[in-house]
Design a protein around this ligand. Structure first.
Ligand SMILES: [Zn+2]
Length: 240
């Protein structure tokens, strides 16, 4: 749902709003995460530099001594997890699905970037497996929120994408609708919703924003619609 924090618009998931141990949001286009955190009263939050690669590599974020940039270069990956307060898990998107995770029992959080490549590589499942391995997270204790992404009706893909999904066991049919010979509509949010449920996250603990980035260019940047020079949405979650 769209809210306004000191007149700065931000999308939040009601099921995460009720968790007072964390702050989160799906930003609108061209608004840096720093600005949201300042407005939300956390100007000193640590915001690691990252480089997304459309893969399934998961990073565990820890506090560092000294400025992040001198201790680490950008972290290459598409899923970022932490159990430490004050350190921000964040992703940038412009059509891909931004996904926020919260283990409400062990107080562990994560942010995941899932485009078609990441979805076919099941990056969200890799993130949940890492949470399970490191913190014994039970998927039943997880809440997940999927932010604005390109809608199924706006995202036409070809046989290469359909083939990658089929290979991953995400058989076309439920989140892919064939429109004509070897052309498909792909619903990335639906595919990730399915992956979350298959991993054991209860359906009622998954929020899906129905906003389509390609349909609402006032609020969102869309790579499909606007091409290479488009901006980004920044989404974030942090333990207070
Ligand atoms: Zn659309």
């Amino acid at each position: 749902m769209l809210i306004s924090v000191e007149s700065l618009p931000l999308i939040q998931a009601p099921l995460l709003q009720s968790e007072d141990w964390l702050i989160h949001g799906f930003g609108l286009k061209d608004t840096p995460v720093e600005r949201y955190l300042e407005t939300l009263g956390s100007p000193k939050a640590v915001i690691p530099k990252t480089k997304q690669t459309h893969g399934s590599h998961v990073h565990l974020l820890k506090k560092v001594n000294g400025p992040w940039s001198t201790v680490h270069g950008p972290l290459q990956g598409d899923a970022f997890l932490t159990d430490q307060p004050g350190i921000v898990c964040h992703v940038r998107t412009a059509d891909c699905v931004p996904l926020l995770l919260a283990d409400c029992k062990n107080h562990v959080i994560g942010a995941v970037h899932a485009g078609w490549r990441g979805t076919a590589q099941k990056v969200v499942v890799a993130a949940i497996e890492k949470m399970r391995e490191k913190w014994k997270t039970e998927p039943a204790d997880l809440k997940a929120a999927l932010g604005p992404a390109i809608g199924g009706h706006c995202y036409e893909v070809g046989a290469d994408v359909a083939g990658a999904f089929e290979k991953a066991g995400l058989h076309p049919g439920e989140w892919m609708e064939e429109i004509w010979n070897d052309r498909w509509y792909l619903d990335l949010a639906f595919a990730n919703f399915h992956l979350l449920q298959a991993a054991g996250v209860p359906k009622e603990k998954i929020y899906v924003s129905l906003a389509c980035t390609a349909c609402d260019l006032e609020k969102f940047a869309s790579y499909r619609k606007e091409g290479k020079g488009t901006g980004r949405q920044e989404s974030f979650i942090m333990i207070r």
